[in-house]
Design a protein around this ligand. Structure first.
Ligand SMILES: CC(C)(COP(=O)(O)OP(=O)(O)OC[C@H]1O[C@@H](n2cnc3c(N)ncnc32)[C@H](O)[C@@H]1OP(=O)(O)O)[C@@H](O)C(=O)NCCC(=O)NCCS
Length: 178
């Protein structure tokens, strides 16, 4: 199965989803940094807690049984990234947890959708049946995308995130691939 999947953006540009390489670290982190600084909040992580480029490289996962780090390129530049980690226990090894961010200039043109489609290919290839994520109740854009792709709401963790400006509820969503 091909590890790199081409796609076309909503505005007609060539995109590619592929496993991240060590040298993607700075670009991928810059996108997460931007998202971590946004208000209203979209990520649990705050800017001061972000991984260094070195730690990102160490935590980056090749396409393998434990998970994968994917990037989406548009016009040869990293436009978004996705991290997926499989459960480490026998009992949850059929599950994998996803986090993703797309840089603001590349949002709304199918980059997030392409990353989530790419991770499904990884999951099916490795026998992962359940993809899970948490999304702030207020993050309409992300929730809409997940719903369109078949993720279902399984519950809400009330005030699961505490920021200086207030608490946020976290919606738990999952998609079964079997
Ligand atoms: C959420 C995010 C990953 C989505 O990625 P994206 O590349 O913008 O999403 P796509 O362009 O693939 O898809 C957008 C979908 O969301 C929906 N959407 C787009 N803009 C929207 C908006 N302003 N309001 C509500 N829904 C919207 C559309 O239904 C679209 O679905 P479609 O492809 O069926 O038309 C991206 O916006 C992002 O990184 N945001 C900041 C970080 C974040 O929220 N990460 C996820 C944390 S759980």
């Amino acid at each position: 199965m091909s590890l790199a999947t081409p796609f076309t953006t909503g505005d007609g540009r060539a995109g590619l989803v592929r496993p991240a390489r060590a040298r993607d670290g700075r670009a991928a982190l810059a996108i997460v940094r931007e998202a971590a600084g946004e208000h209203p909040r979209t990520l649990t992580v705050t800017v001061g807690e972000l991984w260094s480029a070195r730690l990102w490289r160490r935590r980056r996962m090749d396409w393998g049984p434990g998970g994968v780090t994917l990037v989406a390129e548009v016009g040869g530049e990293v436009a978004g990234s996705l991290q997926c980690s499989r459960g480490v226990r026998i009992a949850d090894s059929h599950c994998a947890r996803i986090g993703l961010s797309v840089g603001s200039p590349s949002r709304g043109i199918g980059v997030g959708r392409a990353l989530l489609t790419g991770v499904e290919t990884w999951a099916r290839e490795h026998g992962v049946e359940r993809l899970e994520l948490g999304v702030f109740a207020s993050n309409e854009r992300a929730r809409r995308l997940y719903e369109r792709l078949g993720y279902e709401v399984e519950g809400v963790q009330r005030a699961a995130a505490r920021f200086p400006e207030g608490d946020l509820d976290l919606v738990l969503m999952a998609k079964w691939l079997r």
